[in-house]
Ligand binder design. Structure first.
Ligand SMILES: Cc1ncc(COP(=O)(O)O)c(C=O)c1O
Length: 658
């Protein structure tokens, strides 16, 4: 493993003193153990300091001298002041909140300095005249060590090295059941010894319990909360799909209103059924040219908040799969002014806190809850997610009950460890890695456009008219490419990239391809992708037209609560009759399931919703499409595609919503 470098920046305009400090601190670092590679360097102005913090991702802490940046600007004439210590501290912690900040007090009135910085995130103070370099080094080093700790992972590793005999689950018993097997020993070898050794269970009390954490899991969650700016953080081992459901069941009693985007992830629709909530669906904006469904317009959102001020919660996805990010602060403020709790599904945005280009995060914008698929965009194993809570009225007991209801009593410990490690990484090198990812995203965009055939869709291309003035931002690490000028259909292109060039992409629509850059994207991968696209482009095949798809039909009335409709037995009714003609008897009936064609992945029907002719026609056109489309929720009776509908008796027994 490479040795880390931890640069500590000293900011002081008195060159001699600065030199003395750097010399003294570096000498201390050399003579005392220095596993984190602390190196001290200095600058004499605030501007240089901010520049260094922006350019040098290895900076882990700053030491600000308060005489230069005096808090009250007393000596303005005598000193070349640029900003006060307070302003500088605020700027640094706004730009990179993960940095440790220390103040070097030179004034006599240290109480004044401490008071003025009281509300800021200052990690410590040193009195300049003491010149206690070794003492300073020890404190800076110890606090950085604290940040590098991964409480759960450390304990897991220690436990594995203790090599205790396992008389408990899992049945593979540290891999011993597989290791010497002539039939399945290859699996042991392929997956790796430590995966099995670290696959432990609640039978090991020193590893704490995900369901009632009081030890190393509690500690790991606490450090994560601090890193992500939350009051509380919970590790979820069933993905954000479960995280969303846990929050719903905590906040929503049956019949409580929830405002949601129709284009939200299916876990949210499932959460509506499970919680028994009364959903208020909002129409997503749609980019008709590329058939991309985007954020709900601000106008629609404000209207819904006003009309449904009795709603308990609002949930939005930010950023979306395509990287579109809401202007959250005013929306959250509007919801809060009506007492509506705000949940933001940040499944695709778990890294955002660690680079200013991506902020504000949902929590920074005032959200009560944020769910993040740490595994989608950071270094955690699949299914490892985090739930961050900032709700001032948080009911911890209720949340815990719901969390436990959805959590396996045998969680995968490597996943918990990976959340711990992902947090450590993004805190210590996130800024550096994200800066590189942004750079690669920029280069990739230029290269793709240089093919002359493939074109990256930028914010103005992606935004439909209705949200053009909503201050929506684009996360540049999601790259959506218009492929309509290459001769391939999307399926052919995906296959070509996969089979000929060994490239697997993230997702597609009929005319676009979405590439996901993460902190794991390398320059080599970018070059290989560019090479592949350039080769395909140079083959000079004749372009095809933009593939036109039908827009999803408007949302019809919701007649019953989705949960009530879903739990009916219902009856299966075919979409087409035997002559392959639309079955018009479906019109006006109530669907018991959620029907979602993928792509675009937006439900055209949810349980409890009235079926219209337009909806049936849409479903049939999807079934007859040349492109293979999955339609989740359709049931086949032999070859006949059917919908599960409420029977007349079931309808009579249910309470109507309106
Ligand atoms: C917006 C959104 N929310 C939630 C999820 C579910 O996340 P997970 O895969 O972590 O369960 C996804 C998954 O694709 C998603 O796109």
């Amino acid at each position: 493993m490479k040795k880390p470098v931890s640069r500590i920046l000293i900011i002081n305009d008195e060159k001699l003193i600065l030199k003395e400090f750097i010399k003294g601190l570096n000498a201390a670092a050399k003579s005392i153990e220095n596993p984190l590679g602390l190196i001290f360097s200095g600058v004499t102005t605030a501007q240089e300091a901010l520049q260094s913090i922006e350019q040098d991702g290895d900076i882990q802490a700053v030491v600000v001298d308060d005489t230069l940046y005096t808090l009250k600007n007393h000596d303005q004439k005598a000193r070349n002041l640029q900003m006060t210590a307070l302003e500088l501290v605020q700027k640094i912690s706004h730009f990179r909140p993960e940095l440790n900040i220390y103040i070097l007090i030179a004034q006599e009135k240290e109480d004044e300095v401490v008071d003025a910085l009281f509300s800021e995130t200052v990690d410590g103070y040193f009195y300049r005249e003491e010149r206690d370099y070794r003492g300073m080094y020890r404190i800076l080093n110890a606090q950085l060590q604290e940040k590098t700790r991964t409480p759960f992972y450390d304990q897991l590793k220690n436990y594995v090295f203790m090599a205790k005999d396992a008389w408990h689950t899992p049945g593979h018993s540290s891999g011993d059941s597989l290791r010497d097997s002539p039939w399945v020993g290859d699996f042991y070898e392929f997956i790796g010894e430590n995966i099995f050794r670290a696959d432990l269970s609640v039978s090991v009390p020193t590893l704490d319990s995900l369901m009632e954490p009081t030890g190393v899991i509690a500690e790991a969650q606490k450090v994560a909360a601090h890193a992500f700016g939350a009051r509380q953080t919970y590790f979820a081992t069933n993905g954000t799909s479960t995280a969303n459901k846990v929050i719903f069941q905590t906040l929503l009693a049956p019949g409580d209103k929830l405002i949601l985007d129709r284009n939200c992830h299916k876990s949210i629709h499932h959460g509506v059924v499970l919680s028994g909530a009364h959903p208020v669906y909002l129409n997503s904006s749609v980019n008709k040219k590329f058939n991309i469904y985007g954020p709900v317009s601000k106008k629609t959102l404000y209207q819904a908040i006003e009309e449904h001020s009795d709603a308990q919660a609002l949930i939005l996805t930010s950023c979306t799969y395509d990287g579109l990010r809401y202007d959250l602060p005013p929306i959250i403020q509007a919801a809060h002014s009506e007492g509506i709790k705000v949940i933001i599904d940040e499944a695709w945005y778990g890294f955002a806190r660690f680079h200013p280009d991506f902020r504000p995060t949902a929590l920074e914008a005032g959200a009560d809850y944020a769910t993040q698929s740490t595994h989608k965009v950071l270094s955690a194993f699949s299914q490892s997610s985090m739930i961050h809570v900032n709700d001032p009225d948080f009911n911890e007991h209720l949340f815990r009950e719901n969390f436990n209801m959805h959590t396996s009593t045998s969680p995968q410990y490597s996943m918990i460890a990976s959340l711990d490690v992902a947090r450590k990484q993004i805190m210590l090198e996130g800024y550096k890695l994200l800066s590189r990812t942004l750079e690669l995203a920029k280069e990739l965009r230029i290269q793709i456009n240089a093919t002359g055939v493939f074109q990256v869709l930028e914010l103005p291309d992606l935004l439909p008219d209705e949200i053009k003035h909503d201050n929506i931002q684009l996360d540049p690490t999601k790259v959506t490419v218009d492929i309509s000028r290459c001769s391939f259909t999307i399926e052919e292109l995906i296959q070509e990239l996969f089979e000929r060039f060994n490239i697997q992409v993230e997702k597609s629509t009929f005319n676009t391809l979405t590439l996901l850059l993460t902190i794991g994207t390398t320059r080599s991968k970018v070059s290989r992708l560019y090479d592949a696209l350039m080769r395909i482009a140079r083959e000079n095949r004749s372009p095809r037209r933009l593939y036109q798809t039908t827009e999803i039909p408007v949302f019809t009335e919701l007649e019953y609560l989705p949960r009530d409709a879903f739990y009916c037995n219902g009856e299966l009714v075919p979409l087409l009759n035997e002559e392959e003609i639309i079955n018009s008897s479906l019109i006006g009936r109530i669907c018991a399931d959620q029907i979602t064609p993928y792509p675009p992945g937006i439900p055209v029907l949810v349980p409890g919703q009235i079926i219209s002719q337009e909806i049936i026609q849409y479903l049939i056109s999807m079934l007859r499409s040349q492109k293979r489309i999955e339609i989740h929720g359709i049931v086949y009776d032999g070859y006949l595609p059917c919908l599960r509908l409420l029977t007349a008796t079931e309808e009579r027994n249910l309470v109507k919503l309106n």
